[in-house]
Structure formats: C-alpha cells, structure tokens
Write a protein that binds this ligand. Structure first.
Ligand SMILES: Nc1nc2c(c(=O)[nH]1)N[C@H]1C(S)=C(S)[C@@H](COP(=O)(O)O)O[C@H]1N2
Ligand SMILES: [Mo]
Length: 182
C-alpha cells in the first residue's frame, strides 16, 4: 500500500499550507509555496515502515520541523490531537506528542533531493517512529483538534496509533483508550 488514488499535480499558484481548527488566536494561518519555502529547515535521519511491505532504516529527510509550525501557529491549550490533511481529502490523525516528536517534520527533500511527485512533492509529513500511513504525502494543512478523530486509513481498518515496534497495524488490535472510542 503506497498510496490511494492518483498522484496530484502540483499547482504552485493554488497551493497553500493551512493551519486551522483550535489555534490559540482562533485564526487560520496560511503559507503559500514561496512563503513555505522560506521557513527554517531541519534534517533528520528517520526510519520508514510501510505496514504491509518494507522498512527502510536511516533515510535522510529535510524540511520544516513540526515544532516550527507549532511555534508559528500556536495551538490552543486544549489541543490533544492533529489531523494532517493532504490533496484529495486524504488525512491522518496523530496525538500531539507524536506530531511534535523531535524527528517529525514536513519533508520537502529526501536524501538531499526534492521529493518526487509520487513520493509527495512538494511536502509530506514524516513521523519516523510510526507506520508510514501516518505520513501523508502532498500535505496541504494541519487541523488542531480538541478530541481524537480517525483519519483516512484509520477509518478503513488501520490502527489508530500505528507504532511499528508494537506492531499496531490494524484497528482490531486497539486496546481500550487507543482509539477515539464511542
Ligand atoms: N496522501 C497520501 N499519503 C500517503 C498515503 C496515501 O494513500 N495518500 N499512503 C501512505 C502509505 S500507506 C505509505 S506506505 C506511504 C508510502 O510512501 P512512499 O510512496 O513515499 O514510499 O505513504 C503514505 N502517505
Ligand atoms: Mo503503507
């Protein structure tokens, strides 16, 4: 499972990265592609675990760290989770602690090269300590949430948390408290 649906075509004049939902000031924060390109960059060595196929260890990613986004667009104090949104309505939910892990970043480059279209150009989320479906390609925004809610794959049978070291692959493996619950 690499991605669902077609590879979106990047339209620079229409592209925006938005942070919305429960922001501290109640406003939506937006960056166009030029603005996003000027944000401070970081490089991390991270692993990459696909749920069904492979793991790649020690991939070099660079881009904008999630903590930079949180500083520039602070969340309200009640925020516990984020939904990361991509083209075509793809999404993935993360606990705020997983999102701000010091290795989590909005990657623009892999191995020193810009991402290719298939791998998420211009921006994808990378959360090295979780399964790769927790890292949307073609990211367009972040929603701050005051309660958990399942994203695209999490609604379709994948585990809500997705820790590869605990082999949290499927939602039927979830323990009480690991999912949004009803
Ligand atoms: N927008 C989007 N991002 C996505 C997916 C998707 O279906 N749509 N699939 C995820 C899954 S299941 C995997 S394994 C990785 C694959 O990333 P790669 O194509 O760079 O190897 O992308 C993740 N990001
Ligand atoms: Mo995957």
């Amino acid at each position: 499972m690499l991605h669902y649906g077609p590879v979106p075509r990047f339209k620079p004049d229409r592209w925006e990265f938005q942070v919305f939902g429960a922001t501290a000031d109640g406003d939506k924060h937006c960056w166009n592609h030029d603005e996003f390109s000027t944000l401070p960059k970081t490089t991390v060595l991270g692993d990459f675990h696909c749920v069904t196929k492979f793991s790649m260890l020690g991939v070099e990613w660079s881009g904008v760290s999630t903590s930079t986004i949180l500083e520039l667009a602070p969340p309200a104090s009640e925020v516990t989770h984020v939904m990361v949104w991509a083209e075509y309505g793809f999404s993935s939910n993360l606990r705020i602690a997983d999102f701000v892990d010091d290795k989590s970043l909005f990657a623009t480059h892999r191995g020193g090269e810009p991402l290719t279209a298939e791998h998420g150009f211009p921006v994808r989320l990378v959360v090295p300590h979780l399964y790769a479906w927790k890292g949307p390609k073609w990211v367009r925004g972040v929603e701050y949430m005051v309660a958990d809610r399942r994203g695209f794959w999490e609604e379709r049978g994948y585990h809500n948390l997705g820790d590869p070291w605990r082999e949290q692959r499927y939602s039927y493996q979830e323990e009480p408290g690991e999912g949004p619950g009803f």
